[in-house]
Design a protein around this ligand. Structure first.
Ligand code: GLN
Length: 472
């Protein structure tokens, strides 16, 4: 059932919200026992009771009336532990809702709970949730990881059979990667399209709140609701939000840019299935154009990681055992105390990024790393803007591989790990909207196609994604 159909039925009273919600909660709990997607539950039944009452009073309104929404752990939900899956924030219960969450509630949504992620968003596979968190599993095959950092969002979206949508987040690919590895739709909007108010920062100049669903239409519906300027976030964009729902799946005359290098680096089965899906779009009237993004493909990943780590190391400085996050008994001098708290509560990857990010910002190195990366970023944005004067969208594989197993991930060095973001990091660095659409599988593991558009062209990527969705 489409989300909008469910909402209509719920508003009319054809669905008992309380009973429906209780059943859905049981199902979610069962999924969670096996797959470890939820870090904290909201009071689901109380929200359902309120909605049921509203319905009975003839006051059932909103585009998400009665729909369960899960929220990535890095978004603030009032009264519910919101920790970005880090031990250092354990126990933190925000006093307010993130704007995206608030907009869902205003449309009648029921908040289900918080979904697990790689700690502070630092990861690609879902293997890096903080100390004390259980590792999430791939919904298709438990031996594999679900992708990250929005791991719980991807896995739950795949497995929840009740009407459900998920708020995810991407800094450098954290929505596209798990959507690809789990076989669901993930939309990352243009930077600034959705307010970041209430989002626990990773890298402020790149963080974007995103949506996940089983269908393009449902992910687009959620995006339409959370988009638009917000007085609480001065980087939220004033651009008018176009209609993102009910867009026809028409690709006739659409020009698709194909980056050769992005396909060459992918595994054979990934390359083949994404190209097959492109071929099907050509049969429907789309035109393929080979494009080249030399600066982006060569330097995008490196520039992304330098900037992301610089910003992250600044953002994490506040977790020093004094005002934010965990405290300990005060002893020793400030440096000793600070180091003790951070050693104990931050995971290994977080420490690595703090060290690298701090190094790249230090006087004497700043010009060589941070400033250089920022300059490269500008060049990359220019390169994309040029390409978008020739094509409507760019299509690539989302990830070069299918979801890896725990053993496979263990063998990767940190650098090999970062290299998996070679396609997703640069488009995030440039702030471009993109959508993952499942387009096949290999040994049962899903393969995803990535459709990228120019800034604020969410409607266009949704249009093409719908045609891919209808391919079979
Ligand atoms: N894998 C990338 C990183 O680790 C992207 C993560 C994200 O988008 N939060 O930085």
């Amino acid at each position: 059932m489409r989300i909008s159909e469910f909402v209509e039925a719920a508003k009319k009273g054809n669905i008992n919200i309380i009973e429906h919600t209780k059943k859905a909660l049981k199902e979610a709990e069962k999924i969670n026992e096996e797959y470890h997607y939820i870090t904290a539950w909201a009071d689901v039944e109380q929200q359902a009771e309120q909605l049921q009452k509203r319905q009975e009073e003839g006051n059932a309104t909103g585009k998400l009336f009665g729909v369960l929404i899960s929220v990535k752990d890095d978004m603030c939900v009032k009264g519910i532990e919101s920790c970005a899956s880090s031990a250092i924030l354990k126990g933190y219960k925000p006093l307010f809702n993130a704007t995206a969450v608030e907009r869902c509630i205003r449309e009648g949504a029921i908040i289900l709970g918080k979904t697990v992620q790689d700690e502070f968003g630092f990861g690609t596979f879902g293997d890096k949730a903080g100390i004390g968190y259980k590792k999430p599993k791939n919904p298709v095959n438990k031996k594999h990881f679900p992708g990250g950092s929005s791991s719980g969002a991807g896995g739950l979206t795949k497995l929840a059979d009740f009407p459900h949508l998920s708020l995810a987040e991407s800094t450098g690919g954290s929505t596209a990667a798990p959507a690809s590895f789990c076989g669901v739709i993930g939309i990352t909007p243009t930077y600034g399209r959705v307010s970041r108010y209430g989002l626990i920062d990773y890298a402020n100049s790149m963080d974007k709140i995103c949506t996940m669903a089983r269908t393009v239409e449902d992910a687009a519906l959620l995006l339409e609701i959370i988009s638009g300027q917000d007085e609480h976030d001065s980087t939220s964009a004033p651009e008018k939000v176009p209609q993102l729902t009910d867009i026809p799946a028409n690709v006739n005359g659409i020009k698709i840019g194909i980056i050769k290098e992005a396909f060459e680096g992918a595994d054979n089965h990934v390359r083949k299935q994404v190209l097959d899906a492109v071929y099907q779009l050509e049969q429907k009237g789309a035109r393929k154009i080979e494009i080249s993004l030399p600066i982006t493909m060569k330097y995008g990943l490196a520039a992304y990681y330098v900037l992301a780590m610089c910003e992250a190391s600044t953002n994490l400085a506040k977790y020093c055992g004094m005002r934010y996050g965990q405290h300990e008994k005060l002893s020793g001098n400030y440096n000793e105390y600070f180091s003790r708290v951070r050693t104990q509560y931050f995971g290994e990857e977080v420490k690595r990024r703090i060290l690298l990010g701090t190094f790249a910002r230090m006087a004497g190195y700043r010009d060589a790393f941070y400033t250089k990366a920022a300059q490269v970023r500008t060049k990359i944005i220019e390169e994309y803007n040029n390409v978008f004067s020739q094509v409507d969208v760019i299509i690539t594989p989302t990830m070069p591989i299918t979801a890896p197993t725990a053993e496979e991930v263990k063998k990767l060095t940190p650098l090999q790990h970062y290299l998996m973001d070679v396609i997703t990091a640069p488009i995030n660095l440039a702030g471009l909207p993109h959508i993952n659409v499942p387009c096949g599988q290999h040994n049962e593991m899903p393969i995803g196609m990535l459709i990228t558009g120019k800034h604020f062209a969410e409607a266009k990527i949704i249009q093409v994604a719908k045609a891919v969705e209808n391919n079979e």
